[in-house]
Design a protein around this ligand. Structure first.
Ligand SMILES: Nc1ncnc2c1ncn2[C@@H]1O[C@H](COP(=O)(O)OP(=O)(O)OP(=O)(O)O)[C@@H](O)[C@H]1O
Ligand SMILES: [Mg+2]
Length: 236
């Protein structure tokens, strides 16, 4: 069943068209990855879906309800939480205060045991300034902040960016656990290899458009996907 259904979504920055006619679905209990090179329009898509950016065209439905053009706060109450690119935590606030600032009425308390069972390191770091955490710990904090809102759909933009393989494993493991707890996920990932390992389905974007989509299992076997992505990546 469709949880998120995006049709004909376009995003512009003045004359620049960042996203053109994006059609994208996330089913209940799915992890969907949005992959593509720099500037493909991945972040612009996620910002528009999460209500942080006004789309110039298109419809966005959550559970059949139109959520396009609603502010991010209202979408958070409706069950959509964004973990933005670059994590956007408050570096000069403690980990605890970052968590407190992310709470919504009627959702999880800042010290919900589920947060610490997923990210035990955060309990140890509660009194520290968030800016002093490692990149991997900051990413865990950013995801924890989104978890506090009890989302049905979590949108995570480039959670693996700049992380060591050990932290990528921790963060991706947490995303899988969240899915097992019933959260549906839309994850932006630059590396096609990592996306294939995480996602049920993948959308490959290039220059603002989806150029390929399919189940990870079949895309992994598809030479066209390999040409579109692995050819380039293999050279890295
Ligand atoms: N605030 C902005 N003002 C003007 N143009 C922008 C702005 N943000 C993004 N763009 C342009 O929109 C296009 C899509 O950018 P976007 O950040 O959505 O891509 P991305 O796929 O997330 O890239 P990356 O992998 O680098 O994060 C690019 O051409 C980018 O230069
Ligand atoms: Mg981006």
């Amino acid at each position: 069943m469709n949880l998120l259904s995006v049709k004909g979504l376009s995003v512009r920055y003045g004359p620049i068209i960042a996203v053109r006619h994006l059609d994208l679905d996330v089913d209940v209990g799915e992890i969907v990855c949005l992959v593509g090179p720099n500037g493909a329009g991945k972040s612009s898509s996620t910002l528009a879906i999460a209500g942080a950016l006004l789309p110039s065209a298109g419809t966005i439905h959550l559970d059949g309800k139109d959520i396009a053009r609603q502010p991010a706060e209202r979408l958070a109450m409706a069950g959509v939480s964004l973990v933005p690119e670059g994590r956007r935590i408050f570096g000069r606030m403690t980990v605890q205060d970052n968590l407190i600032a992310a709470c919504l009425p009627g959702r999880r308390p800042f010290d919900d045991p589920e947060i610490f069972s997923l990210f035990p390191i955060l309990r140890e770091r509660m009194g520290q300034f968030a800016g002093l955490l490692s990149g991997g710990e900051q990413q865990q904090l950013a995801i924890a902040r989104a978890m506090l809102r009890k989302p049905r759909l979590m949108i995570v933009d480039e959670p693996s960016l700049g992380l060591s393989p050990r932290f990528v494993d921790i963060v991706f493991g947490a995303l899988r656990q969240l899915r097992n707890q019933g959260v549906s996920l839309l994850v932006v990932e630059q590396s096609a290899r990592r996306a294939l390992g995480l996602a049920d389905r993948i959308y490959l974007m290039r220059s603002g458009e989806v150029v390929m989509t399919g189940r990870s299992g079949s895309l992994a076997q598809d030479p066209e996907f390999e040409a579109a992505y692995f050819g380039k990546e293999a050279a890295r």
